[in-house]
Design a binder for this molecule. Sequence first.
Ligand code: FES
Length: 77
Amino acid sequence: MKNRMIVCLCRAKNERDVLRAIEAGAETLTDLQECGIGTDCGGCHNFLRKMLGASESVSAGAFVPMPSPEAWSESVA
Ligand code: FES
């Protein structure tokens, strides 16, 4: 059940869906929206930006420990 936490309720997209979009080249919120993620209420946008920011840091070579799903949930609440 890894990466199955729903992050975009409106579009029923989970972390894995977002990570796949990022791995496929999504670099901005607009890119994710073009993949059908975060296109409705916007309630997930802060969380999506955090996921994008974490992936940018990793791709830049910096070590950024990924927060636990619980920590992510608290940070966007
Ligand atoms: S929760 Fe993602 S657009 Fe509404």
